[in-house]
Design a protein around this ligand. Structure first.
Ligand code: NAD
Ligand code: UGA
Length: 466
């Protein structure tokens, strides 16, 4: 109000909360907007306040270093932050439930509810609460009920799902295709809250790209957007199998299909399978929602997107094994890439975890190289996937500091993430250091198969006929 800056807080300093708040701070003058990012994890907050941020995202550190201390602050003082703020974003994690009703499908809303209860307990002046986490439809209603029942003041709830993709988070936040804000359009207070958030985004997003809807449309649109994106990947991956058998070439098919403007060229890159923290989780969420409304045919339709993805990962691993004369036992295999996509250190649901897990079941010896994923993360993903201790796995897994080191003495190179540097490796040099025959399995279409075959590699790429 008046000359006071707008006070924006965000509960959850993760992949969404951190970058989103950094961009809000960077795009607004400090006398107009102040931002506090809050998290339970003291370690995460300390990292945000350090020179080495907790997440790797191109362009992010420049933004954070410029705004930190000016109008961007990271803190564990959650109650203070809640009291202080006018607008509170909730950007906590919403993983798939692991037990109980809806286990393996429904969203676990524990963290969202805890955040709501914390807001209710600490707030003593009216707040706008913004649901930023991806949640099932009608979660805002539950939030509202908790806040009304436990709080001492009034709350307006908005839904403002996030569409950023990892690896391009800063660009996506700075130039979003759209910003979606769902609110209660029927009441004056609801409309005012909505307008306050529209004005915040309008500092850098053209008004025509800021979409306002009712809360339920907004919540559902987020799940649907992710389901459609994942469905495109599964569609092209399903056709990649057909290409391998029929003599068609997947890149040529994708290009020919994608040039139709009604279809469009993006998200038609075949791969070893989509990963990331959200596609599978959000589709499962949609499936659960459909089933709970009795829409079983619709649920089955979306479930098949995940089924194709699982099949694609299995198919790729089976192909490796088949090429290696049906035994990988004690063969060294170089794994290039562990992140779920390039330009991120995130490994959540990465196809690499499943492919490596299956190869370890075959007693292969893996030498893994990824330019960004920390060693600890790889160990933790593999011990969880294989249900073996790190000591048990250490006989079969080594982490390499370079791609060359991973390849030396190996029977095969397996590319699982499309890091740019894998396009320009010295494959002739790697070939010389490998066992014969030397295989290369390209799960990401990064290699020039003709050039590699000329070097002597026996190659397999998803979607390319033999
Ligand atoms: P994350 O796990 O990286 O971060 C969540 C953070 O919230 C963690 O640091 C955790 O410590 C903190 N937290 C949990 N409960 C808390 C509480 N009560 N008080 C304070 N801090 C708390 O998760 P994320 O990837 O940023 O995802 C957050 C939400 O955004 C999810 O719902 C996800 O589906 C959605 N989303 C994610 C992406 C993405 O690219 N990762 C993109 C769009 C939407
Ligand atoms: C995705 C969406 O793109 C975001 O809009 C959304 O906000 C986010 O999920 C979320 O809700 O978490 P993200 O998972 O970060 O973003 O990354 P994507 O670029 O969508 O890639 C997801 C997976 O699909 C990756 O494993 C990627 O390699 C794979 N992919 C993507 C393909 O295999 N082929 C493609 O053509 C595109």
């Amino acid at each position: 109000p008046g000359s006071q800056p707008l006070r924006v807080a965000c509960i959850g300093a993760g992949y969404v909360g951190g970058p989103t708040m950094a961009v809000i701070a960077a795009k607004t003058p400090p006398e107009a907007v102040q931002v506090r990012v809050l998290d339970l994890s003291a370690e995460r907050i300390a990292a945000w306040n350090s020179e080495r941020l907790p997440i790797y995202e191109p362009g992010l550190s420049e933004l954070v270093f410029a705004a930190r201390g000016r109008n961007l602050h990271f803190s564990t003082a959650i109650d203070d932050g809640i009291k202080w703020a006018d607008i509170i974003f909730v950007a906590v994690n919403t993983p798939t439930k692991e037990c109980g009703i809806g286990a393996g499908a429904a969203a676990d809303l524990t963290y969202v509810e805890l955040a709501a209860r914390q807001i209710a307990a600490a707030a003593d002046t009216p707040k706008i609460v913004v649901e930023k986490s991806t949640v099932p439809i009608r979660t805002a209603e539950a939030l509202s009920a908790i806040l009304e029942a436990c709080g001492r003041t009034s709350f307006e709830i908005l839904s403002n799902p996030e569409f950023l993709a990892e690896g391009t988070a800063v660009r996506d936040l700075c130039e979003p295709d759209r910003v979606l804000i769902g609110g209660d359009l029927k009441t004056e207070r609801g409309r005012q809250a909505l307008e306050a958030l529209v004005e915040l985004y309008a500092y850098w997003v053209p008004r025509e790209r800021i979409l306002t809807t009712n809360v339920w449309s907004s919540e559902l649109s987020k799940l649907v957007a992710n389901a459609f994106l994942a469905q495109r990947v599964s569609s092209i991956n399903s056709i990649s199998a057909l290409c391998e058998l029929s003599g068609a070439q997947i890149d040529e098919v994708a290009r020919a299909v994608g040039l139709d403007r009604r279809i469009g060229p993006r998200f038609l890159q075949c791969s070893v399978g989509f990963g990331g923290s959200c596609f599978q989780k959000d589709i499962l969420n949609l499936v659960y929602l459909c089933e709970s409304f009795g829409l079983n045919v619709v649920a089955d339709y979306w479930r098949s997107v995940i089924a194709i993805n699982d099949w694609q990962k299995q198919r790729f691993t089976a192909r490796i094994l088949h090429s290696l004369y049906n035994t990988a036992t004690n063969k060294k295999i170089a794994i290039l890439g562990f992140a779920f996509k390039k330009d991120t250190a995130d490994t959540r649901e990465s196809a690499a975890i499943d492919v490596c897990g299956s190869l370890l079941q075959e007693c292969a010896k893996l030498s893994i190289y990824d330019p960004q994923v920390p060693a600890e993360q790889i160990w933790s993903d593999l011990t969880r996937r294989c249900r073996r201790t790190r000591d048990e796995l250490a006989a079969y897994v080594t982490l390499a500091a370079t791609a060359d080191e991973a390849a030396a003495g190996s029977h095969a190179i397996v590319i699982l993430t499309e890091w740019d540097e894998f396009r320009t490796l010295d494959y002739s040099k790697m070939y010389k250091s490998m066992c014969r025959p030397a295989f290369l399995f390209d799960g990401r279409s990064v290699c020039d198969l003709k050039a590699l075959s000329e070097i002597g590699f026996l190659c397999y790429a998803i979607g390319s006929p033999d």
